[in-house]
Write a protein that binds this ligand. Sequence first.
Ligand SMILES: [Zn+2]
Length: 138
Amino acid sequence: MSDDTPALPTNAPHPNEDSKPFWDAAAEGRFALQHCDDCDTVIWWPRALCPACSSFDLTWYDASGNGRVYSYTVVHRSVGGWNAVTPYVVAYVELDEGPRVMTNIVDCDPDAVSIDAPVRVVFHDTGEGWALPRFTLA
Ligand SMILES: [Zn+2]
């Protein structure tokens, strides 16, 4: 992050039994996804059963952490701690593995973001033993 870019609020997650593997991986700098071993669906967000076929036969694996901007907006007015860090980018990133993730595009001028721009994951430490994945221009 450049020195003139204010830090986005980075709240700690509240992992549950289904999401803890994702957050454990993120704390180690890995973006993990689930794969359905019955119907071959890649799953986002973490859950107990496949949204396509309801199978419980899911496997965690490390994703590439790469994707492209599917859609985005630049936020100029917000609330609370978020208002202090405007302008910032809220985006849907389409992962190379297929799922679309709502996230922030960080460490860049918001005007540099564009549809289909390649991005890669970065992890922001929450200061409480967890890390929050966000994306930056690749
Ligand atoms: Zn399935």
